[in-house]
Design a protein around this ligand. Structure first.
Ligand code: PGA
Length: 245
């Protein structure tokens, strides 16, 4: 089933007010794109990015699952909405690894985000060891099963397959490997949600660039991309957007 693709940038811990011109340039390209485009910026930039690009989808990179409370340094879905965010990433491998986030934590975050009306990009992905050990699909399918939201509906849900060994490394799985993984994830989504599982977009992420985007977007069940390094500059990101349209 062909869906309108979603190309989302993940700025990670990059970007200050000096980079708002890039947000504006990307938002202008998004206006005429044949795909949905979003940019997940640092929390400190959300409100300014929304002001710099009215109508463009600005998102966050993480959130806490609680509405409010004694959680020093954390930000709730309601706070992200208040700042103008329309979406959030949850379960990125950099948070699973560096912050010890479990599938259970990620599922709670995804459910809270959906309840608040945020689009959710839920990330899953295997380590190099799992890939080399022939365990990639089993590992990622288990991650997905355990972190998928059980409440909140699927209209606002997207999944991003991001092999950890491909993030920021310039290494990309073969198109066959991507196709196998996305087919497995589609089957898990249908098992979890029935017909609605066919409509959840599955993004690929990990070293997507202008030079490889078209090839990746042509893979069955690749419904878009989550892009890190190549989303920081409009000059690098716009060709990826164009490849999706
Ligand atoms: P990358 O990062 O495009 O720089 O590999 C992707 C991601 O971590 O979302």
């Amino acid at each position: 089933m062909t869906k309108r693709k979603l190309v989302a940038g993940n700025w990670k811990m990059h970007g200050t007010g000096a980079d708002l011109g890039q947000v504006t340039a990307i938002s202008i390209a998004a206006e005429t794109a044949g795909c949905d485009v979003a940019l997940c910026v640092p929390a400190t930039l959300i409100e300014r990015a929304v002001c710099a690009s009215p109508g463009f989808a600005i998102g966050a990179q993480d959130m806490h699952s609680a509405d409010q409370g004694a959680h020093t340094g954390d930000i709730s879905a309601a706070m992200l909405k208040d700042a103008g965010a329309r979406l959030t990433i949850v379960g990125h491998s950099e948070r699973r690894e560096a912050h010890g986030e479990s599938d259970t934590d990620i599922r709670a975050k995804a459910e809270a985000a959906l309840a608040a009306g945020l689009v959710v990009i839920l990330c899953v992905g295997e380590s190099l060891g799992a890939r080399e050990g022939g365990q990639a699909v089993a590992t990622v399918a288990a991650q997905l099963d355990a972190s998928l939201p059980r409440a909140g509906g699927t209209e606002l849900l997207a999944v991003a397959y991001e092999p950890i060994w491909a993030i920021g490394t310039g290494k990309v799985p073969t198109t066959d490997e991507i196709a196998d993984m996305h087919a497995a994830l589609r089957a898990r989504l249908i098992a979890a949600y029935g017909e609605a599982g066919k409509l959840v977009r599955i993004l690929y992420g990990g070293s997507v660039k202008g030079s490889n985007a078209a090839q990746i977007f042509a893979v069955p069940d690749v419904d878009g991309a989550l892009v890190g390094g190549a989303s920081l500059k409009a000059a690098d990101f716009v060709p990826i957007i164009a490849a999706a349209g």
